[in-house]
Design a protein around this ligand. Structure first.
Ligand code: NAP
Length: 297
């Protein structure tokens, strides 16, 4: 199987490249230099040049706050690019795996969000991602849209790295505790995408559609921060005090959903692929980051 991956250096893209792919799998990975999704025609050209058996889109304009000022650019990357990929895939008769976000929901639901719940993004990032989902569905039946949430890794821009950087130098922090979600390791998303790709390579088909995939369990940003510092305490010999604050005390340009917990039962039932508790994957990533910190000293 020959898979074309869009996104070399992002959190999910990097983890996809690290996966132990079988000898029968050939990967072609393109980054922004080879296919700048803000330029019309770039995605189409990349798919047609590679002529793969499957396309995985691990790119996105993910700067949630900046997207409020750059919605056109965010839409080009999050909607026009994926739509072009999907049209090119339809032309070649191949599937597209596309990653999307919990921020397509407005957060007003009290329980976990299922795939069938109505979308109502609060900000520009969510709007453009939702647009991307809709346009992929419109032109390509053979798609898997994997909505995920609160992505982190030992590299890239994410909450875990920010907390470890800030917590190393401060005794007091304030972190919001009225937004609920599911922290998800980028490596777990890559593992799921690989599992789907292998199943497709074996059987030539998949139950196409939109699925939720996130770390098991749920927490708040405050709970997430405390879990990070609990583990760092043994290395640091101290724990910063983390005050729980409402979002209103930490205003940001883009509104976030108060609840974006994803119900992943459909993914579990349909594919039976691994999906671990968010705390289990977090331990590995925090451990790796603390070790990097030690060796850098
Ligand atoms: N991060 C989260 O918390 C989160 C939460 C829910 C869902 N998701 C979804 O998960 C997926 C992966 O996110 P991630 O966290 O891995 O993202 P990320 O680390 O921000 O990486 C984004 C990737 O997109 C590429 N990209 C951005 N603009 C581009 C352009 N104009 N042309 C080509 N490539 C471009 C980046 O390349 P450069 O580095 O060269 O710009 C990078 O490879 C996305 O679909 C995202 O919406 C993320």
């Amino acid at each position: 199987m020959h898979a074309l991956i869009f996104g070399r250096v992002g959190q999910v893209g990097r983890e996809l490249r690290r996966r132990p792919w079988s000898a029968e799998t050939r990967l072609t990975v393109v980054d922004r230099e080879e296919a700048d999704l803000s330029r019309a025609g770039a995605a189409d050209r990349a798919v047609r040049d590679a002529a793969p058996d499957l396309v995985i889109n691990a790119t996105a304009y993910t700067a949630v706050d900046k997207a409020e000022e750059e919605e056109d650019l965010a839409r080009a990357v999050n909607a026009d690019g994926p739509a072009e990929m999907a049209r090119a895939c339809a032309g070649l008769g191949i599937p597209l795996f596309h990653v999307s976000t919990d921020y397509v929901f407005d957060g007003s639901r009290s329980g976990a969000y299922a795939e069938t719940d109505p979308v109502a993004p609060l900000g520009a990032y969510g709007r453009t991602k939702e647009d991307g989902e809709r346009r992929v569905r419109a032109v390509l039946a053979h798609h898997v849209i994997l909505r995920t949430a609160w992505v982190y890794a030992a590299h890239g821009h994410n909450f875990v790295r920010t907390m470890l950087r800030v917590g190393a130098g401060r005794d007091h922090l304030r972190v919001v505790d009225d937004q609920h979600g599911c922290p998800t390791w980028a490596g777990a998303i890559a593992e799921a995408l690989q599992g789907l790709a292998e199943r497709y390579a074996e059987t030539g088909a998949l139950p196409w559609g939109t699925y939720h995939f996130a770390g098991r369990g749920r927490t708040t940003w405050h709970g997430f921060a405390c879990a990070i510092f609990d583990q760092a305490a043994a290395t640091w010999g101290r724990t910063p005090e983390v005050a729980a604050i409402p979002s209103s005390e930490y205003p940001l340009p883009a509104a976030r959903p108060a609840n974006s917990v994803l119900d992943c039962a459909l993914f579990d039932r349909t594919f039976g692929l691994p999906r671990r508790d968010w705390r289990d994957d977090l331990r590995g990533v925090v451990g790796a980051l603390l070790e990097q910190e030690e060796t850098a000293r």
